[in-house]
Design a protein. Sequence first.
Length: 94
Amino acid sequence: MNNYTIRKAQMNDSRKIWNIRNDDSNRIFANNSEKIEFEKHQIWLKNYLEKNNGLFLVLTNEKNKIIGYIRFDKKDQQILEISIALHPKFHGKG
């Protein structure tokens, strides 16, 4: 049985999150399907984590490697937008 952990995203997770987000198999489902430069992603993540307008969680495996993320973004008082992405090696695993 696999051990998975969910924890809040941190700045030092940035490159791993960026790699998952920029993978072709994940970008096709994104609101913005263009590849994002790492520097722009760094700025966005820093601002996101500082604003605290939502909840950004990463999923790690038993080796503490990030294999995916889920984000809950508050759009207004009654609406949350949910974004989910997995590392391509974990697609189709149920």
